[in-house]
Design a binder for this molecule. Structure first.
Ligand code: SAM
Length: 272
């Protein structure tokens, strides 16, 4: 009886506000079910240690440590790759406050970012205070070319260039991660390019299955053997090296303890 009553009140709520159905359709459970439908028996990417990507893992990272900031280890991953001697150009899809490209630009002189224009964001009804914060950390850096564009309509071939490191961190819906990934692999990668996706996971132990599915669909089966999940990050990485891996287990007992020395300094707004 309790179950029937619950079901009836559920129907009443949905009838009053049909858009609540989206909460179910976009739920984590539904995303995981859909993933399993297509990709069973795959459950996660194999994991690697960040040290596998470079002998020198940089110690200093700058971050606002706010909502929307990447994890310190995500930024550490990007900077570690940026420190490889053969990595000299960087393309980023999705630049909010500019923390990721700001850190990378300390090591790479040739950085390009693609982000929606402020006009387009405002026309979509986004909070003006959110919009205003785009590029506050990266905007005035002469090493960084900020392109205003919607990747949905952007002509990627117009860049006429291949990049050593590409970071996909724009719209995280299945459709847009798929779109951005396909465009990147079609137009921007060379034989040794490294591609990193943010939000492969909600946190280092919880996979975001709609993004994972888009990465697998967008890269194509032939590239799946080169996909990894760097431990302690929310990222997935494509690198055409065979690296030592371990199996993902969200209940693993932690194997390392990070020491983080925190320093802070005042920051004054420096918009695009
Ligand atoms: C999670 S934030 C990126 C954070 C960034 N890595 C940083 O450190 O600033 C995602 C960004 O993607 C942008 N974005 C969303 N959809 C986009 C699209 N279709 N084309 C270009 N940029 C988009 C948003 O404006 C937002 O700034």
């Amino acid at each position: 009886m309790v179950k029937i009553n619950k079901f009836l009140s559920f129907i009443r709520i949905i009838l009053k506000n049909p858009s609540l159905v989206n909460l179910i359709l976009n739920s984590r459970i539904e995303a995981e079910n859909k993933f399993k439908e297509y990709y069973t028996p795959i459950v996660a990417l194999p994991q690697i240690d960040i040290e596998e990507l470079s002998y020198e893992v940089p110690g200093t990272i700058e971050s606002f440590l706010l909502d929307g900031s990447s994890l310190i280890t995500d930024l550490q991953l990007l900077v570690t790759i940026a420190g490889r001697k053969e990595v000299n150009s960087y393309l980023e899809i999705g630049t909010w406050r500019g923390e990721s490209v700001h850190n990378v630009a300390k090591l790479i002189d040739d950085c390009t970012t693609i982000n929606l224009s402020k006009k387009e964001m405002l026309s979509m009804g986004w909070n003006p205070k959110y919009v205003e914060q785009h590029g506050i950390l990266s905007g005035k850096n002469p090493k960084i070319l900020h392109l205003d564009a919607n990747t949905k309509t952007f002509d990627f071939s117009s860049l006429n260039k291949k990049y050593d490191l590409i970071f996909i961190d724009g719209d995280h819906s299945y459709e847009m991660v798929l779109h951005d990934t396909k465009k990147v692999f079609e137009h921007l990668v060379h034989e040794h390019s490294i591609v990193v996706w943010h939000d492969y996971a909600y946190n280092p132990q919880n996979i975001r299955y709609e993004v994972f599915r888009a990465i697998l669909d967008g890269t194509g089966k032939e590239n799946h053997p080169y996909l990894y999940h760097p431990k302690n990050t929310m990222c997935a990485i494509f690198i055409k090296n065979k690296l030592p891996v371990s199996v993902f287990d969200e209940m693993n007992i932690p194997e390392r303890l990070f020491q983080i020395e925190i320093k802070q300094q005042p920051f004054s707004k420096n918009p695009l």
